[in-house]
Design a protein around this ligand. Structure first.
Ligand SMILES: [Zn+2]
Length: 320
């Protein structure tokens, strides 16, 4: 780099312009600030893109040897302890987000609604705190069909909760879960999951918008195939703001376990090896392309950055 270019780089405006064109991707840039406006409501201002993280509560389960399929319980407990977390249970948070982009108000995943644990189903309360009316959502984008991501779309009375929104779903996810022959042949333990998809989507078969992973879903929101957690699990990038954002949904569960140790498999991954490869690939993409990262089960407000550490990564939540 010659001196003229160094001089040019010294101005913040020029840095910003270069960063916007991607020429400085990978260089250290200050992370945006989080603005916690209430417990469970965090805003991140990315200029033309506004992000609002809306916590939907959490689910706590006793830790047993099944939670991580391919690591010894003692190792799992050690990883939790190293992160300052309890070792007798795991708390799994739910973090849907609303992104205002390109004139649309997009909700990514819909929470547990009235169908989860007593500690979950807080999305609508937190939306109210944020001043976001459910009717103002113009698009709901679904990552996959597990109940904690879709049950909030429809209440117990059968009413759609986001009445004015188009609902966008990954086509391979739809095709897998909505196959009646597969449902009939499924083991008893999976019947509840299949039933949830019918309750939510059955009356909507002609109304949902099915997209092929890789396609742009709405202007500024691109999908990326990320199967493994489920057959059609899909993640998203949001463009147009001061920093690109990835919402990686269930690419990882509890960060202290599966971000830190990307080769570990949570019991909910339907194809553990494909999920592991997806987790590795997307983690590298987030670091190399200097993306902001939102995840449905990431801690804190569920939004931050990723750094490499040893054989894995650390998730660094944005701070206020
Ligand atoms: Zn999930």
């Amino acid at each position: 780099m010659n001196m003229t270019r160094r001089g040019f780089l010294a101005t913040g405006a020029a840095l910003g312009a270069l960063w916007m064109t991607g020429q400085l991707t990978g260089c250290a840039t200050a992370a945006p600030r989080a603005n916690t406006v209430a417990a469970g409501v965090t805003r991140v201002d990315l200029g033309a893109v506004k992000v609002t993280m809306l916590n939907d509560g959490f689910f706590a389960r006793p830790l047993d040897a099944n939670f991580v399929r391919n690591a010894a319980l003692a190792e799992v407990q050690a990883a939790l302890a190293a992160a300052g977390l309890p070792t007798d249970r795991v708390e799994v948070p739910f973090n849907p987000l609303v992104v205002d982009v390109g004139g649309q108000r997009v909700l990514f995943d819909a929470g547990n609604g009235q169908f989860g644990a007593a500690t979950a189903g807080k999305l609508l309360d937190n939306m109210a705190k944020a001043g976001i009316a459910p009717e103002s959502i113009t698009a709901v984008v679904i990552s996959h069909f597990h109940g904690d991501h879709i049950n909030g779309l429809r209440d117990k009375a059968g009413q759609l909760v986001f009445a004015n929104a188009r609902i966008h779903v990954p086509e391979p996810e739809w095709n897998w879960w909505m196959d009646d022959a597969r449902m009939a042949a499924a083991p008893e333990a999976m019947k509840g999951a299949f039933n949830a998809t019918r309750r939510v989507f059955g009356p909507l078969a002609d109304a949902v918008v099915k997209f092929a992973p890789g396609a742009e879903v709405v202007p500024g929101v691109r999908s990326l195939p990320a199967h493994g957690h489920t057959p059609g699990h899909t993640v998203f990038t949001v463009e147009g703001g001061t920093r690109r954002l990835m919402f990686w949904a269930d690419t990882s569960n509890v960060a202290a376990l599966f971000v830190r140790n990307p080769d570990w498999a949570v019991m909910f991954d339907m194809d553990a090896e494909a999920a592991r490869q997806t987790r590795r690939k997307l983690s590298e993409m987030v670091v190399n392309e200097n993306l902001l990262l939102a995840g449905y089960h990431l801690p804190g407000a569920g939004i931050g950055t990723l750094v490499r550490r040893g054989n894995g990564y650390d998730f660094i939540p944005l701070s206020d």
